[in-house]
Design a protein around this ligand. Structure first.
Ligand code: FMN
Length: 149
């Protein structure tokens, strides 16, 4: 791993999607805005994730921006595989335009349709066009090894 990567500050997000009526979620930190017109964002999902091939079937996703109240939820979606379990049991959410879950604990979320997928080394980059968004009170948190050992 390139040492200087650890100096990049990043937020903590839960990316969610719905495929054939089933909901999926992954905690990610590799998220970025890429364009204002049209509004585009990108997320990068590792190919070693058990569900990553599932994500390649997705047509939509939501990026949930997590704050202090969302740390437990970010651990839930980040530290154990969602394979063969209902990861959304006991998780409160609403849906915006795409049907991707927007988590109750997020401080904001953007709802996207996937417009481009880029194979990038050991990750796949998904670029989404923002169709809807919600912003709530509260600050986003930054990823740290103290919070996510
Ligand atoms: C704070 C945090 C940030 C993460 N960032 C990413 C990321 O940007 N991309 C990614 O593919 N996985 C990321 N992960 C790991 C996935 O969330 C994790 O591998 C997945 O939820 C567990 O599924 P798996 O067992 O299939 O790997 C992150 C995890 C945490 C806790």
């Amino acid at each position: 791993m390139i040492d200087v990567f650890s100096k990049f500050k990043s937020g903590v997000y839960v990316v969610t999607t719905v495929i054939d009526g089933l909901k999926y979620g992954w905690t990610v930190s590799w998220v970025s805005k890429v364009s204002f017109k049209p509004p585009l964002v990108m997320i990068s999902i590792g190919k070693n994730k058990k569900d990553h091939e599932k994500f390649e079937e997705a047509e939509v996703f939501a990026v949930n921006v997590m704050g202090e109240n969302g740390i437990e939820v970010a651990r839930h979606f980040g530290l154990s595989s969602g394979e063969n379990v209902n990861n959304f049991k006991e998780i409160d959410f609403i849906e915006l335009k795409t049907g991707s879950p927007v988590l109750k604990e997020c401080v904001g979320a953007i709802d996207c349709k996937i417009v481009k997928t880029v194979d990038a080394g050991d990750h796949v980059v998904f670029i989404g066009e923002v169709l809807d968004s919600v912003s709530k009170d509260g600050e986003s948190i930054l990823f740290s090894n103290e919070i996510f050992p």
